[in-house]
Design a protein around this ligand. Structure first.
Ligand code: AMP
Length: 394
C-alpha cells in the first residue's frame, strides 16, 4: 500500500511517500517546493516526480493521501477528507490563517486530480476528543464558547504516537492497542492499572500533554497554536489584557499586534538572536544574557506544564521528550527535570548526554519515574493513521 502524505503551508508544499507491507513502513520518496503560489501546480509537479522515479505510474499505484490538518469547526478525528472537512477548515480559517486555507485548497486539488483515491484528514486536535470538559473550557461568556473559543489542543499526531510508543516501551501492550485504534474504535473500556505519561513535544512549536491510559487529560496549547510554551516566533501564553493595552498605549493597529505576536515573539522576541535553539545556545555560551534568559523562560514554562500534569494525573510512570529540541538537547532536558528527587525522578547523566536524535531511556535504574526520548516522525504518523482509517472503512 502506497500512502502519500501532503504537508501544505501557505507558500509551501512538502510530501512524503510511504510503502507499507508486512515488514512495516518504508519511506520511498520525499520532496517539496517553497514559494508556492499555485498549489495545484505543486501537486502536479509532485505526481510527475513520483512518476518519473517509478513509484506511482498512475492513480491506481496510490492507495491513499493523508493530510495533517490543523483544526476544523465542529469536526475533529481522522476522517475522510471530503466536503465536510473543507467546510470545517473554512469555518476556522481565522484561527489558523496560515494552515486552513491551503489545506482546504489542497484537498480540493487532490479530489480533482486523483478521483477515486481515498483522501484522509488527520486533525491535530483529534487526540483531545476525550479530554475532560473542564480541561477544555476558558472562563469566557457562553457566546464566545459557542463561537469556538475553547482549548482545542494541537500536535495531536505527535502526542498520540508518544502515547502508543511509550505504552509499548513500558510493557503495556493493552494501552498501546487502545491508542492505536482510538480514532476508529473510540477509547473503549479501561484495563489494568493506570498508565500516566507526560509527553513533551519540544520543537519549533512546542506543547506538553498529560496522558492517562492513552487519553489526553490536558494540554498546554489552547484555542490556537499560539498558546502554551514560548514557540519559535510565536508568543505562547499571554495575558489577554496585553492586546488591548498595546492597542491603546502604543497605538498599534490590531493587525500589527497580531503580526508581532506571531512573527516577532517567542524565543526570537525574548532573545533578539533568533528562533532556533542552536543559535540561542551558541549566543548564551558566548555570554548573551537575553539568549540565556530565553532558554530559562522556555525551561520554566516546560516545568510549569509538566508540574501541572504531574499533579493532575496524581503522579506519572514516564515523562517523554520528542521533536527537535526535546530529542537533541541533553542539558535542556536536565534543566527541565532538575531537583525532582522528591518525586523519585533520577536522570542518568551519562545516558542523557549520549542520547541525541534516537530512541532510548535516560532515567537511572532507581528512578521511580522513567524518562524516555522518542523521535517524532509526524509524516509517518499521518501515513499510519491514514492507512488505519482506510482499512476501517473497507
Ligand atoms: P522541530 O520543529 O521539531 O523540527 O524542531 C526544531 C528545533 O529543534 C529548533 O529550535 C532546533 O534548534 C532544534 N534542533 C534540531 N536539531 C537539533 C540539534 N541537532 N541540536 C540542537 N537543537 C536541535
Amino acid at each position: 500500500m502506497n500512502i502519500l502524505v501532503a504537508n501544505l503551508g501557505s507558500t509551501s508544499f512538502k510530501f512524503r511517500l510511504f510503502r507499507f507491507d508486512e515488514a512495516g513502513a518504508a519511506l520511498l520518496a520525499r520532496g517539496g517546493y517553497e514559494r508556492v503560489t499555485d498549489h495545484g501546480r505543486a501537486i502536479d509537479d509532485c505526481l510527475a516526480e513520483l512518476k518519473a522515479a517509478g513509484h506511482v505510474q498512475s492513480a491506481s499505484d496510490l492507495h491513499g493521501v493523508g493530510f495533517k490538518t490543523v483544526l476544523g469547526r465542529n469536526l475533529t478525528g481522522c476522517v475522510p477528507a471530503d466536503e465536510r472537512v473543507i467546510a470545517a477548515l473554512e469555518g476556522f480559517k481565522d484561527i489558523a490563517p496560515a494552515h486552513n486555507p491551503p489545506y482546504a485548497a489542497g484537498i480540493r486539488r487532490f479530489q480533482e486530480k486523483l478521483p477515486g483515491v481515498p483522501l484522509v484528514a488527520l486533525f491535530e486536535t483529534a487526540f483531545y476528543q476525550w479530554m475532560p470538559e473542564a480541561a477544555t473550557r476558558y472562563a469566557v461568556p457562553e457566546t464566545w464558547y459557542q463561537a469556538g473559543v475553547r482549548r482545542h489542543g494541537f500536535h495531536g499526531a505527535s502526542h498520540k504516537f508518544i502515547a502508543e510508543r511509550s505504552a509499548e516501551l513500558l510493557g503495556r501492550d493493552d494501552i498501546a492497542r487502545r491508542v492505536s485504534g482510538l480514532y476508529q474504535d473510540g477509547p473503549g473500556p479501561e484495563s489494568g492499572p493506570p498508565l500516566r505519561v507526560i509527553s513533551c513535544h519540544l520543537g519549533g512549536s512546542s506543547s506538553i500533554t498529560g496522558i492517562r491510559n492513552g487519553l489526553a487529560v490536558g494540554t498546554s496549547m489552547g484555542l490556537s497554536p499560539q498558546s502554551g510554551l514560548p514557540q519559535n516566533n510565536r508568543v505562547g501564553d499571554l495575558d489577554s489584557a496585553a492586546v488591548p493595552y498595546m492597542l491603546k498605549t502604543l497605538g498599534l493597529p490590531l493587525a500589527e499586534i497580531e503580526r508581532q505576536l506571531v512573527q516577532e515573539s517567542g524565543l526570537l522576541g525574548l532573545s533578539g538572536v533568533g528562533n532556533d535553539l542552536r543559535d540561542l545556545r551558541a549566543a548564551a555560551a558566548q555570554g548573551n544574557a537575553r539568549a540565556r534568559l530565553a532558554l530559562e523562560v522556555f525551561t520554566h514554562s516546560a516545568r510549569h506544564w509538566i508540574g501541572a500534569f504531574h499533579f493532575e494525573l496524581g503522579g506519572c510512570e514516564a515523562i517523554v521528550f520528542t521533536a527537535g529540541i526535546g530529542e537533541n538537547n541533553p542539558d535542556l532536558r536536565a534543566a527541565i527535570l532538575r531537583d525532582l528527587g522528591q518525586l523519585g525522578l533520577v536522570l542518568d547523566p551519562a545516558k542523557n548526554e549520549a542520547l541525541r536524535g534516537a530512541e532510548g531511556e535516560i532515567s537511572a535504574p532507581a528512578s521511580r519515574v522513567r524518562v524516555f526520548v522518542i523521535p517524532a516522525n509526524e509524516e509517518l504518523v499521518v501515513a499510519r493513521e491514514t492507512l488505519r482509517c482506510i482499512a476501517a472503512r473497507n
